[in-house]
Design a protein. Sequence first.
Length: 402
Amino acid sequence: MEGGQIFTSVHTKSGTQSHSETAVDDVDNNLETDPEMHSVNRGTRLQRNALVVVTESEKGAEAATCQYPGKKDQDRYTVQLSPDTTVFPHYIGMFDGHGTSVFAAELCASQMLQQVFGKDRANDDTPTPIPTDEAIVKAYRSLHDTVLDMVKKHPRTGTTAVTLFVGRESADSEVDTCKIAWAGDSRAAMISGDGKVTQLTMDHSISSNQNEMKRIAEADHTPRDGLLDSPGWAIEEQMAMERGTRARAGSFIGRREINGREAGPLVVFAHSGGVSLQVSRSIGDALAARSVLPDPEICTVQLPKDAYARFVVASDGLWDVYSTEAACRMVMDIPDPAVAARKLSLAARSKRTQMGRTIDDITVIVFDVNSTHSRTSKTGSGIWATSGSHRHSSSGEKCSIS
């Protein structure tokens, strides 16, 4: 990155912030950990062509977020670390917005946690277990409905979502429970103490997810209410007639046209000339096909009590150019989450440029749980050793990859 700057932002419990500008080459030696760091919700526009690194820590848990905003700057996230996970879990939320407005992503970043636990419980000391699947689905749907209610003000706004909750059901529990929910193509992966890489989410992408392709194909494709009587549809029909084709009022899977030729990945169209999305699930997108749902898939992983694990949660700015395995291998032996997040963000930016791809928003969150246990010893290969073994549990088909 030529001419770029690093902005290291520290968000404390009191809500104050401190900023320091550091040369990129010096950042590894200047990132510090403050025991008062607790949570952050990034909802303001960042300086373009600049990295922003934010770090938080709380009693054995450490998280770092590195953002490299592109032209649209629509990635939003929330990190909230808990001092006692038997009372309230650690929470990570990643929301990659799309469309002409960032409203959906900002709404989810600011409201998801309250929606999951209830407005009166998100910040109190009432003992709160890991949320139920039903509570998470209800929260996703509620935020989706809120975006739809604002369709006149924000007609083209939507967002992917990944939400991660890590906690302990009780003080005497022998496992730490990690619950991951997602809609769209932002992704979460886990590196366990023995070096095993597990992709926790399966992208809701028309091009790569055969289950979603099948679901879309079998879904309701009837025209949206009012479409056939709208002036825009009359224009679309006229344009189709001039091309010698027929306008399609219902939703369908196809490819966008560039200079009169189909190109790019498969997308789901709301109708001919209508909104088209590469993702098959999202929050918002009021004008998308009926088959584009806000309902998340959910995966549950259990770790032995106090066992180390590293989570990498990121927007598709990273995953478009790096596989889950490659990204995780790149940072599994970097102790500092901030340095790891920065490395992935810079690597993704550089690779996108080399491949001639658009400079998309890049947000990478690296989150270590039980981090004090991870550095007591190392194997010969540099992978952190922990006691116990990794256990992966699922219910039904909710865990896409085991």
